[in-house]
Write a protein that binds this ligand. Structure first.
Ligand code: AMP
Ligand code: MG
Length: 311
């Protein structure tokens, strides 16, 4: 047994060993939650629809308006407790310095990616968390394989990394705008699954949220951005053009969620018309996932119980 838990983990060969260690770690837990072992079970929160691998994702059948029977104030109080859980677990993950969490957000324009990140990660130690927003690829990025820029930003040990847009853009906007030939983007589903499988086998838990809003809700949000001078910076006239491709985007999302829901990294569809409910569902799922990962503070490097601190 290594005297340094974190180091022990770091020295383990990635893959089967860390996954069976995870299983052992959670098997005794009173909560019975095993999200770290089977992410399909992660959303203890009702309202999230987790796409089962091998089944078709039908976005049209998922109610974007769901509110879980909660009111806004009650939901905000619960959100505060979920944030506290995330902050406490993040401290352990950071100290353990062995595994990491990658949280992916995808949504149509105005879907709430920025708002979710702001609300859910408030209170998290910035030193243990990174957020990356992916835009139109630069010339240098375009000169590499499509996964290059995402892999470079994947989390280091101990970190929570958030992707605001992600490698999925390369089967979404790229498909809708016909930026590459169909055989090229079609091949990417399998390439993405391989990439995520490799990340999981290397100790990174991959948690993917699709924020699901209705077309009417998008109109209201775009109108609010036009009407409110403080929101003008968020308004991109190109969003009005993209809105015309609403159906093509929904089809591309449904295919990505269907093709890339895997046992180690399923997609979670979050009803997102009500921002406070969306925030609560996302926060709870992240907290449950971290809890199931069960990060541990490393043991002291030697017996320090008798030490005194010199003047
Ligand atoms: P925003 O997130 O609103 O700042 O906008 C970023 C823009 O970059 C969106 O219109 C995305 O569709 C676009 N974008 C992100 N990734 C890619 C990509 N891989 N290829 C083409 N466009 C992208
Ligand atoms: Mg935008």
């Amino acid at each position: 047994m290594s005297k340094h838990h974190g180091k022990h983990r770091r020295d383990q060969p990635p893959g089967e060993t860390s996954s069976s260690a995870l299983q052992r770690d959670v098997s005794h837990r009173k909560t019975g939650k095993v999200a770290g072992v089977d992410p399909i079970l992660a959303p203890a929160a009702t309202g999230i629809v987790t796409v089962r691998p091998g089944t078709r994702c039908d976005l049209g059948s998922i109610d974007a308006d769901a509110g879980g029977g909660l009111d806004k104030e009650a939901a905000k109080a619960v959100l505060a407790t979920e944030r506290a859980r995330i902050a406490a677990l993040q401290e352990r993950l950071y100290a353990e310095h062995a595994r990491s969490l990658l949280v992916v957000f995808q949504a149509i324009d105005t879907g709430g990616k920025d708002g979710s990140i702001r609300a859910v990660f408030e209170g998290v130690n910035p030193q243990g968390c990174r957020v990356w927003s992916f835009k139109v690829p630069s010339a240098e990025e375009s000169d590499h394989d499509f996964l290059w820029r995402y892999h470079a930003k994947a989390p280091a040990r101990g970190m929570i990394t958030v992707f605001n847009r992600s490698h999925y853009e390369d089967v979404l906007v790229v498909r809708v705008k016909d930026l590459v030939a169909e055989p090229v983007w079609r091949a990417r589903y399998a390439q993405i699954n391989d990439f995520e499988r490799m990340l999981s086998a290397s100790g990174t838990t991959v948690l993917k949220f699709f924020l699901h809003i209705s077309k009417d809700e998008q109109r209201e949000r775009l109108e609010a951005r036009i009407a409110d001078p403080d929101k003008h910076w968020k308004f991109d006239p190109a969003d009005l053009v993209e809105r015309k491709a609403w159906n093509a985007y929904q089809a591309a999302f449904a295919d990505a969620l269907t093709e890339c829901s895997t046992p180690q990294a399923p997609w979670h569809v979050v009803p997102a018309n009500r921002k406070w409910y969306r925030n609560l569902l996302v926060a709870r799922t992240i907290a449950d996932t971290l809890e199931a990962m069960d990060p541990r503070f490393p043991r002291a490097q030697a017996d320090i119980s008798g030490l005194t601190v010199p003047d």
